[in-house]
Design a protein around this ligand. Sequence first.
Ligand code: SF4
Length: 291
Amino acid sequence: MFYDMPLYRPPSEGDNLIIQATLGCSYNQCSFCSMYKSKSYRERPLEAVFADIAEAARAWPDASRVFLADGDALGLPTEHLLAIAGRLAAAFPGLTRISAYGTPINLRRKTPEELGRLRAARLSLLYLGIESGSSEVLKRIAKGVTADAIADAIAKARAAGMKVSATVVLGVGGKALAEDHAAATAQLVNRAPPNYLSTLQLRLAADVADGFLARWEDGFVPQGDAGMLAEQRLMLERLDPPSPVIFRSNHASNCLALAGTLPKDRSRLLAEVGGAATSGERLRPRWLRQL
Ligand code: SF4
C-alpha cells in the first residue's frame, strides 16, 4: 500500500483501514498546526485511490471501517467522494462506516442534499477540529472561521445523520484568553453538541512556533499544568449539552486523562480534575506526553 508520509489519523481509527483520498490539508493555515506543513494539498486521482482500495481488499477483505486521509478528505467534490465510497462498498462487503477529517469551512460548503447522499453512502463520522469557541482565540490562531460558523457546521452534519467528533485545544489562548477560551468553548458545545468531544493540550512544534507567537503582539504566556486543569475545570463546569456528549481527554498530550458522558458524569469529572489540581494525583508524567 502506498502511503504518502506523514500520515495522521485519529486515535480511534487505529484498528481501521486507512485510504489516502487527499494529501495534506486544503486550508493548512492554522497557526498552531504543523501536521501538513511539509505537504502541498492535492486530491489524489480516483484511479490511484481505486488501486489502493483494490490492493487493500486483497489483503484485508473483511475490513469494515475505513478512514479517508489526509487532513480534510471531506473537502473533495461530492461526486468524487461518492465514487470512492461506492468503490469501498463494492470492495468490502462488510463495510459499516467511512470516516474522514473535515473542516468547518468545507463542511459548510456542502449542501444538506450532498451531505445526505454522502451519509447514505456510509460516510457517517466526521472529525472536526473546532479548537475553541472564543472568537478572539479563533482569530489569533487563524482558524478562518467564527464560532457561529463552527456551530453551523456541526449542526449541519448532525442534521444529515452524521456523527461529529470534535476536538478542542487546551492552552491555545495562553494565560490571557484562558477564561474566555474555556467558557466560550462550553457555550459553543452547548449550542451545537457534537457526539464526541475531546481535548488536546497545546504543544507548538518548532516549525510553527514563531508564526504562532507572532500573532500575539501583546505576548503569549503559555499554560502550565495548573492552567490547563483550570481551563478543563471551567469548561466542564459550563458544559451542559442538550444531548449526551461522550467526553475524552485521553490523548497523550493531556496532563490528565478523563473519560465520561456529559452532562451525566460532570460531577465525577470535576472531582477528578480537582483532585489532580490539588494533589497532582493521576497526572501523566511529562515524558509520556506527546502529539
Ligand atoms: S488544524 Fe486542521 S484545518 Fe487547521 S491546518 Fe491543521 S489540519 Fe488543517
